[in-house]
Design a protein. Structure first.
Length: 279
């Protein structure tokens, strides 16, 4: 059976044989954020099921498509849908797509997710710029033998979400009079939603939003020297904060509603981020 490095290289070569464009930015779209695909000018598009060794999503709202093209003039690879540990994958498999994108040459990974709001001032439809995270998945995507070509055995996690890029994102939001929340994202295993007691615990730990993704991908990206910027779309209030029962349908619908205005913001933001990384 091929090892992780062999799988990543096989997928990279497969993609490069079919698309010559070298992406500088990778984008992962969370639940319901498919409208962002419409702003990409694609040169290549493929179902991820066709890519060698690519893990397949089984969750509604995660289409399983990879697109390479230009996003606001920036060469980019966009992943519509991700996989999660609760689908039966270990975290090394969950982050395989990020590692493949890193080997394609991306310098920035832009992560988006749908999240439950814990902070008392957050409301559904808000967008939170991730400043830090809590890994409550119970494991690390770096567990197991280290691939030295990818990064160090013990990578620093002191600034996972690039402070300079966060500053640019915040300044642009202010300039465009967009209310951008900021906070800490907690990543839990799922797939069940959290109990009210668990949400109180997360609030005590300092979490402002909670979801079931993103942290493994951010960890793998930093391990490989890729800058990370992350956004959580607050699709619902976490358990015990709102009165409504939580549902995946609500998550997808709110994500779609936010998608259009979030797309406009990202289209303005990406060239600034790309310029900063290349300066």
């Amino acid at each position: 059976m091929p090892d992780r490095e062999s799988k990543v290289e096989a997928a990279r070569l497969w993609l490069q044989e079919r698309c010559a464009l070298e992406p500088r930015v990778g984008v992962v779209l969370g639940s319901g954020l498919a409208p962002l695909v419409e702003v990409l000018e694609p040169e290549f598009e493929v179902a991820t099921a066709e890519i060698p060794h690519w893990p397949q999503s089984t969750v509604e709202g995660h289409a399983g498509r990879l697109l390479i093209g230009h996003l606001a003039g920036v060469p980019a690879v966009m992943l519509q849908g991700r996989v999660h540990a609760y689908e039966g994958y270990d975290l090394a498999q969950v982050v395989l797509p990020v590692r493949i994108m890193a080997r394609l040459g991306i310098r920035l990974l832009l992560l988006t997710n749908a999240a439950g709001g814990i902070h008392p001032e957050f409301r559904p439809g808000d967008v939170m710029l991730i400043e830090d995270h809590l890994n409550l998945q119970g494991q690390s995507p770096l567990r197991g033998p280290n691939v030295a070509a990818w990064g160090p055995r013990f990578p620093d996690m002191g600034a996972v979400y690039d402070p300079k890029l966060r500053k640019i994102a915040g300044e642009l939001a202010s300039l465009k009079e967009i209310e951008l929340q900021r906070g800490v994202y907690a990543s839990v295993p799922g797939p069940q939603y959290e109990t009210p007691a668990e949400i109180r615990m997360l609030a005590t730990l300092g979490a402002d939003a909670v979801g079931m993704s993103t942290v493994p991908e951010a960890t793998a990206a930093r391990h490989m020297g890729v800058a990370v910027l992350g956004f959580s779309v607050i699709t619902n209030l976490a358990a015990g904060i709102g009165d409504e029962a939580l549902s995946h349908a609500e998550v997808i619908e709110t994500g779609k509603q936010v998608g259009a205005r979030f797309s406009d913001y990202l289209m303005a933001l990406l060239p600034k981020l790309d310029e900063s990384l290349n300066s």
